[in-house]
Design a protein around this ligand. Sequence first.
Ligand code: PBG
Ligand code: ZN
Length: 324
Amino acid sequence: MLLPAHRGRRIRGKELFRRMVRETALSVNDLIYPMFSAFGTGIKKEVTSMPGIYQQSIEHIVAEAKEVQGLGIPAVILFGIPETKDAVGSDAYAEHGIIQETIRAIKREVPALAVITDVCLCEYTDHGHCGIIRDGDVDNDATVELLAQEALSHAQAGADMVAPSDMMDGRVGAIRDILDNNGFAHIPVMSYAVKYASGYYGPFREAAESTPQFGDRRSYQMDPANRLEALREAQADIEEGADIIMVKPGLPYLDILRDLRNEFALPLAVYNVSGEYSMIKAAAANDWIDEERVVMETMLGFKRAGADLIITYHAKDVARWLTR
Ligand code: PBG
Ligand code: ZN
């Protein structure tokens, strides 16, 4: 009888061997935790579709930021829910806007935590689009000017990094330019370089109260069918000065993550978005899956596909599971 020369099971037979030949590792240093800051005081409201995730006023955000830092997670990414919204998203670039005040509070109380800010207008416009509207569509160049103002105001409030998520053309260059010209040449830009028009953002829009009031985001976010376009988008952002590039959503776009890893030498981030979180939480709540096992497998999948950084609502749980 011919015996197999290759027996893959030999090296899988003992946990010690499995540890020795393991190719991918996940670390707490890879994690970024998203938080939703709401105007007011005494607010801590759980997002219905995202168990464990809250809209919170600043004092609660600060308390959670301390917890996050204590778990060894290096950074948070902030989203704001302003007191009032208008057609041009004024609160987004106001000196005392919701995010600007949140940044100041976190940097004052938890200086050892890196504060990254999401730069976009959809949380601040009354129509819910990511820019200002002209003739029924988002006006690219006028929006880019406001996004640059927004990024600058975040840096002035003390943000450590800015992350434009709007998908306007030329915004990374405009943000780089305004930061450089105002004494913030050292502030990195993490670009949502490859962001698809996705149904997986549904729960986030409840959390950030940013659902478009008409139409959808397909004239600026990418078509889920496209792969080469992702390379063009990433290339453009890198040429404009992006320091970190991101793919979003995560799980349905692991091929894109791998494409970018193979093509570019920049640090690569992935956004494990709200809908991906909600699906795992819902299945786990029904005891249909083992939450810890599935979450850790998902995180490892991102790393194996090429991600350096993972923005995830699971970050606190992952940090705890990693140190157990
Ligand atoms: C704002 C923004 C969105 C997300 C991050 N930044 C929503 C959107 O584009 O509709 C989604 C994050 C998530 O679903 O967890 N442009
Ligand atoms: Zn937006």
